[in-house]
Design a protein around this ligand. Structure first.
Ligand code: NAD
Ligand code: ZN
Length: 378
């Protein structure tokens, strides 16, 4: 049945309120407007940022919402003015936009885009406008996407076309976690050959950071996690040393400084905890250490003394691993198709959209790396 121009009724996981389970509901998805694309989501994975919104950030105007921002699908229909996509194209949506026209997009120094929702509305983590409704109420689209659904509508500047043979139930992870972690090591930290690195937090983001450190030629990669079950995976991606902060009575940065005779060259915080961000900074060598904030939080703050930086350290952060949204996704999918990038290794669970709460609970307990939820057959 041709659904072009019509409202589509489909299943989606709705977060009606913060700190409450998601509910599978029938939602209405409006047709795409100008410069928008409606996508049939085939597979979507749970990233910690979805949990952050539901359980930690809990912005009062950020609900009801369809969470989810790591996904892959097929174009169902396009709005007027869309030239880059046509029905049937395989695509990955990205929470960051790339309009290719603004001064940020034109600069090689950043992956920010002035048309990104993050430019205007960081605190509720959703644009105010949405194409979703349920029971007569507007339902927000998390990070401008909202992928825990069978169909969604996104702006064409938030969408990357990918290889027609790409397996969507795998490459969906390239839409957030893998680009974020890998790029944070390669693009943001600019990890150097022969260097020593530390990665805090071994979810998909941290493991991808380990993979990025290894690809950049790091000789020693120290993997830090409070859940030692994650160490086996970290080894597959290239970690050489493993530290569980719970095994030590002294602050973890002191342990790392001792292990490395003065501190690591590069550290990456992939947890989303401000005190871990401080530890990651203090783990780096004071003369030239670079520490990258990857973990996300709007509700915590950190402190540092000027002297922590004045001796020569650099403290920085990045969204989406510093990759330009469309270009980064296309490049990383290409590398995966050429067998130059690990992706399948991140997937610990395969489920259906209706099992979303199981996936959320697993991630809450750090019992999974990525759970991929299939929404419909490919
Ligand atoms: P995850 O929940 O799968 O992984 C987090 C890991 O951190 C877990 O293995 C957990 O055991 C570990 N951990 C918890 N407390 C710790 C501590 N004190 N010390 C060491 N390890 C600890 O999460 P994820 O999906 O990999 O995401 C990681 C972070 O990256 C989140 O904060 C997420 O919001 C953020 N993120 C940022 C961006 C970005 O663009 N910057 C994009 C995606 C995700
Ligand atoms: Zn994410």
């Amino acid at each position: 049945m041709d659904t072009t121009g019509k409202v589509i009724k489909c299943k989606a996981a709705v977060a009606w309120e913060p700190n409450k389970p998601l509910v599978i509901e029938e939602i209405e998805v409006a047709p795409p407007q100008a410069n928008e694309v409606r996508i049939k989501i085939v597979a979507t994975a749970v990233c910690h940022t979805d949990l952050y919104h539901l359980y930690e950030g809990m912005p009062k105007d950020g609900f009801p919402v369809v969470l989810g921002h790591e996904a892959a699908g097929i174009v169902e229909s396009v709005g007027s003015g869309v030239t880059e996509f046509k029905n049937g194209d395989k695509v990955i949506p990205v929470f960051l936009s790339q309009c290719r026209e603004c001064h940020f997009c034109k600069s090689p120094k950043t992956n920010q885009c002035v048309k990104a929702w993050t430019e205007v509305i960081m605190d509720i983590m959703c644009p105010i406008d949405s194409r979703f409704s349920c029971k007569g109420k507007k339902i927000l689209q998390f990070s401008g996407l909202g992928t825990f659904t069978e169909y969604t509508v996104v702006r064409q500047i938030n969408l990357a076309k990918i290889h027609p043979d790409a397996p969507l139930d795998k490459v969906c992870l390239i839409g957030c976690g893998i680009c974020t972690g890998y790029g944070s090591a390669v693009n943001t930290a600019k990890v150097e050959e022969g260097s020593t690195c530390a990665v805090f937090g071994l979810g998909a983001v941290g493991l991808a950071a380990v993979m990025g450190c290894k690809a950049a030629g790091a000789k020693r990669i120290i993997a830090v996690d409070t859940n030692p079950e994650k160490f086996e995976k970290a080894k597959i991606f290239g970690a050489t040393d493993f530290v569980n902060p719970k095994d030590h009575s002294k602050p973890i940065h002191e342990v790392l400084v001792e292990m490395t005779n003065g501190g690591v060259d590069f550290s990456l915080e992939c947890v989303g905890n401000a005190s871990v961000m401080e530890s990651a900074l203090h783990s780096t060598v004071k003369a030239w250490g670079v520490s990258v904030i990857v973990g996300y939080t709007l509700v915590q703050s950190f402190t540092a003394r000027p002297v922590d930086l004045i001796s020569g350290r650099t403290w920085k952060g990045a969204l989406f691993g510093g990759f330009k949204a469309k270009d980064g996704v296309m490049e990383m999918v290409k590398r995966y198709m050429e067998k130059k990038l690990m992706v399948d290794e991140f997937i610990t669970h395969n489920m259906d959209l209706c099992q979303i709460m199981e996936a959320v609970e697993l991630m809450k307990k750090a019992k999974c790396v990525r759970a991929v939820l299939k929404t419909s057959p490919q």
